[in-house]
Design a protein around this ligand. Structure first.
Ligand SMILES: [Zn+2]
Length: 446
């Protein structure tokens, strides 16, 4: 396939915006980039996709999400509003994930992947929980991922909060899916080993998981999202959360720690020394009122910080904007969280993290040999747009509704805003049919 008449944002370092160049895709990779006339004559038989002057960019990547959160939208929490994060877990997330059956798991993945494709998010790292439908849940999600055409990395959140049987079932589901994945070798699916959070896993469970995980696989865990995680860890082990995870062998260059808000200086160093990935979810953190991760300090220490949605809509530029604004008001200093810091997280670090799972070629850049995960953006700047000022055009001017085409591994998933692999109306209608049952089972727990 040939993409013509686009302005190509390469997101290389340094960034380039190429005009008058076409892009040839073959076998899911960017085969060649060059002057349009030359490529048109060299690839006369190739299907052509005319970008019509739009920006053509690498697809957005989400470093941490929860597809199963789809049924939270519009849900009324009974009784007084939760006053803090532990109450949000107890009154919202835990009864909601216990209400999910396998059909609901599948439907929530469908809803979230429609949302991702529409909004130009082409790769996602999911963290799944459905305590009453554990075995096979990752396969159910993988089937939807496969059908949708996006890239995704999946895992199951192991926790002790549903008893030892629940913990064991979560461990088995991770291991089963990891083995299945390495046997199946799908180019668009990856596997991690999920752990819910430090506060819901005992040392014994952590040790079982560490002993069971294959060496090439990493853990994906929430940590220090709220101070309760630190106090729980101190009470359980006498150590702060990251010290405890370090001691138990959970950290490392393949592991993801989501949030890392309430950590101290030594914990930050441990994350840096171990090469652990940290994900930042500013919309979720603001919504839960849990605080702000000191992302700038973590990045100065060399921690690779990435950007995720935590189950919010997969509108990554919304997350960019929130990160950009949040750190300014938090520090009461408009110089904080420079646009390039947001790019470091959302573009370069997200691509490096997700790229570990898809080694067929570089991810998140437009260059020969890179994975052909691309979006078209219908944006008409009224001031000069350059490779250097693009971050500020994105933060102040771009919107996910401007995404008109989404391509993953060279396959067009959305063209002229028409979804080609998923039927949005049918997906939403099916999810709405299941929603009353989910909400009824949720409400029955109060
Ligand atoms: Zn999360």
């Amino acid at each position: 396939m040939l993409i013509t008449n686009g302005k190509l944002v390469t997101w290389e370092e340094p960034n380039q915006i190429l005009e008058g160049q076409a892009l040839a895709i073959s076998d899911g990779l960017i085969a060649e980039i060059g002057p349009q006339a030359g490529l048109l004559s060299r690839y006369p038989q190739d299907e052509r996709l005319d970008a019509g002057g739009q920006y053509v960019m690498p697809g957005n990547i989400c470093a941490h999400t929860h597809f199963y959160g789809a049924y939270a939208r519009g849900l009324a929490i009974p009784g007084p509003a939760p006053k803090d994060f532990p109450e949000i877990l107890e009154k919202l997330w835990w009864p909601l994930d216990r209400a999910l059956r396998m059909d609901d798991v599948r439907a929530s993945a469908e809803v979230m992947l429609v949302d991702a494709i529409k909004h130009g998010t082409t790769a996602l790292i999911d963290h799944h929980a459905s305590p009453n439908a554990i075995e096979g849940s990752l396969d159910a999600i993988a089937e939807v991922v496969d059908r949708s055409g996006v890239r995704a990395v999946l895992c199951y959140e192991v926790t002790d909060r549903n008893g030892m049987d629940g913990a064991r079932a979560g461990i088995s589901e991770n291991l089963r899916f990891i083995q299945e994945q390495s046997r199946r070798g799908s180019a668009r699916l990856g596997a991690m080993f999920g752990l819910h959070a430090s506060l819901t896993v005992s040392d014994a469970t952590l040790d079982i998981c560490r002993d069971a995980i294959p060496p090439e696989v990493g853990f994906h865990i929430h940590a220090a999202e709220h101070e309760v995680d630190e106090y729980d860890s101190l009470a359980k082990s006498g150590m702060r959360v990251i010290d405890r995870l370090s001691r138990r062998g959970i950290l490392g260059p393949r592991a993801i720690v989501a949030h890392a808000i309430h950590i101290d200086a030594r914990e930050s160093e441990l994350l840096a020394e171990s090469g652990t990935w940290v994900t930042h979810q500013p919309r979720s953190n603001m919504n839960n009122g849990v605080g702000v991760a000191d992302v700038e300090s973590l990045m100065r220490l060399g921690v690779p910080v990435c950007l995720g949605t935590d189950g919010f809509s997969h509108t990554m530029w919304e997350e960019w904007k929130t990160a950009y604004l949040l750190h300014k008001i938090w520090r009461r200093d408009p110089r904080r969280m420079n646009g390039m810091d947001v790019v470091a997280m959302a573009v370069h670090n997200n691509a490096a993290l997700a790229g570990q799972f898809f080694p067929q070629g570089p991810l998140g850049v437009i260059q020969p040999g890179a994975l052909a995960d691309l979006i078209f953006v219908d944006y008409h700047p009224h001031t000069p747009l350059t490779p250097g000022n693009l971050p500020w055009h994105i933060i102040f001017g771009f919107h996910e509704s401007m995404v008109t085409a989404t391509i993953v591994a060279g396959r067009v998933l959305m063209r002229d805003r028409q979804l080609l692999t998923m039927d949005e109306e049918a997906v939403a209608a099916h999810a709405r049919e299941l929603a009353p049952g989910v909400w009824e089972r949720y409400n029955a727990q109060f």
